[in-house]
Structure formats: C-alpha cells, structure tokens
Design a protein around this ligand. Structure first.
Ligand SMILES: Nc1ncnc2c1ncn2[C@@H]1O[C@H](COP(=O)(O)OP(=O)(O)O)[C@@H](O)[C@H]1O
Ligand SMILES: [Mg+2]
Length: 380
C-alpha cells in the first residue's frame, strides 16, 4: 500500500501571559487528540522569557520535566549573539506544513506570532494579524462592534494623558454607580476591577494601568448571565450551541481567582437552553461579530445577558482554551463535532486560508498582464 504523506504540524504553546500553564494543558489535549497516522507533530514551547524550545526539549517539558531547567540547558545550545536566537529552534523545523499556535493572550493571540508565520511563509491555524490584534484589544473590538451596530456595553477609554479628567463622579454621571475597569489588552480577568465608589475606582484604575496604557471603564450589566458561543470557519463560519458560566455569588464576577485558583464554585452549563428568540439573537450577533472583525478559523465569543434578557457582546477570544474544562471544544462536542474532528477542521481551515493569501498579488500587476491572476476562489 502506498504510504500516505502526513501533514507536519508545528504545535506552539506556552507564552508569557497568565495563561502559560493553561496553554500547556490546551496543547497537551490537542496533541493527544491528533490522529498520529495523519499528522506528524513537532512541539515548540515558548518559555515565559520568550525563548522557543526545540521539539525534543518541548517534549521533555510535556512529559513533566521542570521547564526552567530544560530551558536553561537548551539556551546554551544557541549562539546568544544571534539576534534570532530566541526563535532559532523554529528555523530548525524546515518541513512544517502548518503551525497551530495555542498560545493564549500576549504574543499568541494579539497578532504577533501570526506576523512571524507570515514572514516564514507558513500556514497557521486561526485568525490573521489584524483580526487577532483588533480582537485582543477590548477598545478596538468595541469600536468595530459599534460601527457594525452590534450591541456592547457603554464605556470610556482612559489613557495616561486623559485619566485626570475622569474621576469617579464624572464617570458615574456617564455610566452609572457600578463600573468595570479593564486593561484594554489583557485576559484571564487580570487587572479587572469592579468599582462602586471613588476609593474602589481609584485603586482599580491604578492597578489596571500596570498592565496597559489604555484602560476601559465600562457600564456594569447587573448580575449578568454569562453566555458563550463557539464559531468555526473562514468565509462560511458555523455557530455552535450556547453555553453558560455560572459564578456562585452574584457579588463576585468571573475573576482570576474563579478561573484559575479556586474554580470549585463555578459551573458550566453546556449546552444551555435559552428562549428561541434569545438563542437566535445571540447566534446572529456571534456570526456578525466574526464577520465584522474578519476572524478566521475559530473564535469563542462571550456575552453578558442582562436580567431583562438583553445580550451584549462582552469579548472575543481568537485562541480559546482547549483544556478538559474549556468551553470552545465542549460546545462543539455538544453540537456534534468531536474534539478530533475539530482539530482536523481547524488545520484544514488554516491551510485553505494560506492558499488564498498566497495567491494574492503583493506587487503591482499591469492591467493587461493576466498571467499572474489568482486561480483560487474562496467558497461563498
Ligand atoms: N460590563 C460588565 N458587566 C458585568 N460584568 C462584567 C462586565 N465586564 C466584565 N464583567 C465580568 O468580568 C469578567 C471578565 O471580563 P472580560 O471582559 O471577559 O475579560 P477577560 O478577557 O479578562 O476574560 C466577565 O467574565 C464578567 O464576569
Ligand atoms: Mg472573559
């Protein structure tokens, strides 16, 4: 029998955000779910201080060896004076067909690594540079949503230049007594605070500015139902059933502690049964958001639904978690797409998107020269 050529996948994980360990768990699950008769997989762990480990070293960390020890030994093998030393190991994998970056947050989800893949001329899973960067920045996301008439909470943007003009009473007059304070480019609820008085507000702002020079102050949706949807696809994306996250005490929100320290009280309902109208509205808003932001491959979109049943798009995650308790794959499972099938589809979508981009012209073509015309037409 003829030997089938395997697709060589470069699975990148780790990174320097608060989700470093979550990323490791996501990568483990993705690796385990991949059909090894179809895929050859190289692992690349991006350490917290920005060094990409080789496949062999990444595998040792995958198998439980101490990351710092493995990384220290690995760094001595690379010429530190080479400006590309941090990513040297990536260049050693010459025959990668497609990268699967499952680095949540900073560098992985904000367009940075996607730019590197473009320089390397390699296909990759998920959204491109612009859609990733815009979706990672909560202010830019809201600007795009608002331009497309997609409902999201009222908010103000504070910067070091204008922050003195926004004391609590000024903000309170515009957004109400209770506000949420968030760094624009973060995740995992890091730097997020709820404020109901001047002292909480001042402390919250102070902390949020430690993470970004741009801080959002948002109108609060009281005791919201937190609903999530998974979207999958390029030009013709599909939407999953809906899921809900329930945090035990309505005084508390889905904060860092709930997510990673003590998640014992948090429950997920997958799928969640909402009214037909609300389900339809949330699904439509999800697909509109996906198109408006130019997302590719996948995204998990999170909503806050007010007590009177009005949904607001909360945030967009372009590289959602793939851990055992992560909602993105669970929602697909509830919708009828298995974990392994999901991985297959994501890889294929990455290859398709690359083919499309690869055939676009990047230099000037005279109008009468038809030789360079693209033959690839995206499916509509
Ligand atoms: N405007 C809001 N009203 C009510 N709760 C909010 C609001 N914004 C955020 N939250 C709460 O804070 C959590 C984290 O906010 P989110 O915008 O999702 O940031 P992150 O990217 O850190 O997950 C949400 O899951 C929700 O519990
Ligand atoms: Mg969130």
């Amino acid at each position: 029998m003829e030997k089938q050529t395997k697709i060589h996948v470069g699975l990148l994980f780790g990174g320097n955000s608060s989700e470093h360990d979550v990323s490791k768990r996501s990568a483990h699950n993705i690796y385990d779910a991949m059909d090894k008769s179809r895929y050859e997989v190289s692992l690349f762990l991006l350490t917290r201080d920005g060094f990409v480990l080789s496949d062999a070293a990444s595998r040792r960390v995958f198998d439980g060896e101490d990351e710092a020890t493995v990384a220290a030994a690995e760094q001595t093998k690379v010429d530190a004076s080479n400006p590309l030393a941090p990513i040297w190991n990536l260049s050693q994998a010459k025959d990668i067909d497609v990268f699967f970056p499952i680095i949540h947050g900073n560098l992985g989800e904000d367009g940075t690594i996607q730019g590197l893949f473009r320089l390397l001329k390699k296909p990759y899973v998920g959204s491109g540079v612009l859609a990733s960067a815009v979706s990672f920045d909560k202010d830019m996301t809201k600007q795009v949503l608002t331009a497309h008439g997609i409902r999201n909470t009222k908010y103000l943007v504070l910067t070091p230049e204008n922050r003195d003009a926004y004391d609590y009473s000024t903000v309170q007059a515009q957004l109400g007594d209770n506000v949420f304070i968030k760094p624009a480019n973060q995740g995992s609820s890091v730097g997020i605070h709820k404020a109901s008085n001047a002292a909480e507000y001042n402390d919250g702002i102070e902390d949020a500015f430690r993470y970004d020079y741009k801080v959002l102050v948002e109108q609060t949706i009281d005791g919201p139902e937190e609903v999530e949807i998974s979207i999958l696809g390029n030009e013709e994306p599909i939407a999953s059933k809906l899921g809900a996250i329930r945090v035990p005490d309505s005084d508390v929100f889905y904060d860092y502690n709930n997510k990673f320290v003590d998640a014992s009280g948090v429950t997920f309902e997958v799928p969640v049964e909402l009214s037909a109208d609300l389900t339809k509205e949330i699904t439509q808003m999800g697909l509109q958001t996906y198109a408006a932001l130019g997302l590719k491959g996948m995204a998990r979109i999170d909503y806050l639904v007010s007590k009177d049943g009005v949904p607001y798009v909360g945030e967009v995650n372009t590289l959602p978690g793939f851990t055992n308790i992560s909602l993105y794959p669970q929602l697909w499972q509830a919708t009828g797409i298995t974990y392994a099938d999901l991985i297959d589809r994501l890889i294929q979508l990455g290859l398709d998107e690359f083919k499309y981009q690869d055939e676009l012209a990047y230099d000037f073509i005279p109008l009468d020269d038809h030789s360079a015309a693209s033959t690839y037409k995206p499916k509509h």
